[in-house]
Design a protein around this ligand. Structure first.
Ligand SMILES: NC(=O)c1ccc[n+]([C@@H]2O[C@H](COP(=O)([O-])OP(=O)(O)OC[C@H]3O[C@@H](n4cnc5c(N)ncnc54)[C@H](O)[C@@H]3O)[C@@H](O)[C@H]2O)c1
Ligand SMILES: O=P(O)(O)OC[C@H]1O[C@H](O[C@H]2[C@H](O)[C@@H](O)[C@@H](O)O[C@@H]2CO)[C@H](O)[C@@H](O)[C@@H]1O
Ligand SMILES: [Mn+2]
Length: 454
């Protein structure tokens, strides 16, 4: 492995999360020493708005760290040791489409779940592969990409198929956020929890929540039966989670566990297990993308503007579990700490009754050569069946992208639990092809008028 101080590049430098992640890096400089931070984005204009805020965060902590802002991949990745990826391909304007198109057809409209997640996947797989190629070409031979770019399940499967040797670790902060709430409910710091968990990204269950060797899930069940996984504290520690849609999401853990009390679900299961409730309460003209553009993005851009004018940076971004988690994972990779974290990995038997090569989310020990998944055993038939259907939907989407296959995309949409019929799937897919014409690979129909055409 390489020695610190490290060169770290952030792909998706213009992200609303960049200042928070950099702040997390700054408070952890003693654990993760840095020589240089580079921001890389394909939208130079957006990145140039965020960059002065990031530079201020760095300079408040260090005068020596070099800071580079670029749209040139060679400049961004040459000699880099770590790449944090957080690209939103198509930006919020396309997230809005992902959410609003399915809703027009009475189907859940969500960033990473259902047809919205599949559409986002079709946009993101190839840019993520391109990022792997940039890193292979320019970065340190042993560089690690730690990837937050969504939809993480589909991105992980796409990279596994197309670049099996890339050193990419895909992560998600949703389980960590759930653990933060569990910790607040139990009166314990989240780092004291050791959990067992199985599933796919945004589609899994906690089966044990150990504190000093004792399973505290029974206590959590009692709290959830009244309040869901919501705590006043958690809302305060993450301002984003005071938004009405997040409050509702944490509350929905209650109805799910009222029906299936054994395991504690990932909040994203609400979209698959209670889609009708979700659609009924979603405003088709104002979705989460609008809430984020009017909230997190506007606040950060306004602060950047004020900083430019006055030299004073208002408190405009949150340093929560999102930044802390990626830095924890990077430290474990960098120094072979073998810490246990929930990450997205190739199954290799960790979930005994899921395919060996599925990209699953389970606890793993993070070594300098990558994650070593912990065996979660065989899962019950109910969960296995839900997981297999979701896995098939995501894998078909990846195959549709690789092969440019309309039929496989239609199968992926039809198999998704949020989509009631094949007619819904086709209507949504066709609208999405139109909306994504600047982003998706071309999907060809192999069958026309009952004849095979290719
Ligand atoms: N895995 C997780 O749990 C998790 C948690 C939070 C956010 N995210 C993801 O992080 C990403 C950033 O979210 P955000 O809300 O800050 O979005 P954002 O739109 O503010 O930022 C994303 C940036 O990525 C850039 N980008 C798009 N395509 C690119 C490419 N090919 N190369 C380089 N840069 C590119 C955009 O120009 C934009 O500046 C999203 O993918 C989001 O889904 C994931
Ligand atoms: O709707 P958004 O853009 O606010 O959030 C979508 C993301 O939600 C999850 O991440 C949360 C995380 O759970 C929370 O603790 C905090 O760090 O904020 C994150 C963003 O809200 C989810 O894991 C991501 O995949 C989503 O992109
Ligand atoms: Mn996530």
């Amino acid at each position: 492995m390489f020695k610190p101080p490290f060169i770290l590049s952030i792909a998706g430098g213009g992200s609303t999360y960049t200042p928070g992640i950099v702040k997390s890096l700054m408070v952890r400089l003693a654990d993760f020493p840095l020589a240089e931070i580079r921001l890389y984005d394909i939208d130079g204009e957006r990145q140039s708005v965020i960059a002065p805020v990031v530079e201020k965060v760095i300079r408040d902590h260090s005068q020596s760290i070099k800071f580079t802002v670029t749209t040139d991949p060679e400049v961004a990745f040459s000699g880099a040791h770590f790449v944090f990826a957080q690209m939103r391909v198509g930006q919020y304007k396309m997230r809005e489409q992902d959410e609003k198109i399915p809703l027009r057809h009475g189907v859940v409209g969500q960033e990473t779940c259902g047809p919205g997640g599949l559409a986002y996947g079709l946009r993101t797989i190839l840019p993520m592969v391109e990022l792997c190629d940039f890193v292979e070409r320019y970065a340190h031979q042993k560089a690690w990409i730690v990837n937050y770019s969504n939809p993480a399940a589909i991105v992980a499967e796409g990279v596994r198929r197309l670049r099996p040797n890339a050193r990419v670790l895909n992560i998600c902060d949703m389980p960590v956020a759930a653990m933060r709430n569990m910790g607040a409910i139990l009166g314990v710091d989240r780092h004291k929890l050791e959990v067992d968990y199985f599933g796919l990204n945004h589609f899994g269950w906690f089966t044990r929540v150990l504190v000093d060797g004792e399973d505290r899930l029974p206590e959590l069940r009692r709290h959830i039966a009244k309040f869901g996984l919501l705590t006043e504290d958690a809302a305060q520690t993450d301002p984003q989670h005071s938004d009405p849609s997040w409050v509702k999401t944490w509350r929905h853990i209650k109805p799910i566990m009222d029906h299936f009390p054994e395991f504690l679900p990932n909040p994203y299961l609400q979209y698959y297990l209670m889609p009708n409730d979700i659609v009924e309460h979603q405003n088709p003209d104002y979705t989460r993308a609008n809430e984020v553009m009017d909230g997190r993005e506007k606040k950060l851009f306004a602060a950047a503007d004020e900083y430019k004018k006055t030299g004073i940076l208002p408190d405009a971004f949150h340093v929560g579990v999102h930044g802390a988690f990626i830095v924890d994972v990077a430290c474990s990779l960098a120094f072979d700490l073998r810490q246990r974290h929930l990450v997205i990995v190739e199954n290799k038997g960790a979930i005994a009754n899921l395919p060996y090569d599925a990209m699953v989310e389970v606890p793993a020990y993070i070594t300098s050569e990558g994650p070593e998944p912990v065996r979660m055993g065989a899962v019950p038939l109910f969960h296995q069946t839900l997981l297999m259907q979701q896995l098939a939907s995501e894998q078909l989407l990846v195959e549709a992208t690789i092969e440019g296959s309309y039929e496989k995309a239609l199968q992926a949409f039809t198999l998704n639990r949020t989509v009631p019929t094949m007619q819904h799937a086709k209507a949504i897919l066709d609208d999405m092809i139109e909306a994504n014409r600047d982003y998706w690979p071309k999907l060809q129909q192999a069958w026309k008028d009952g004849e095979k055409v290719s």
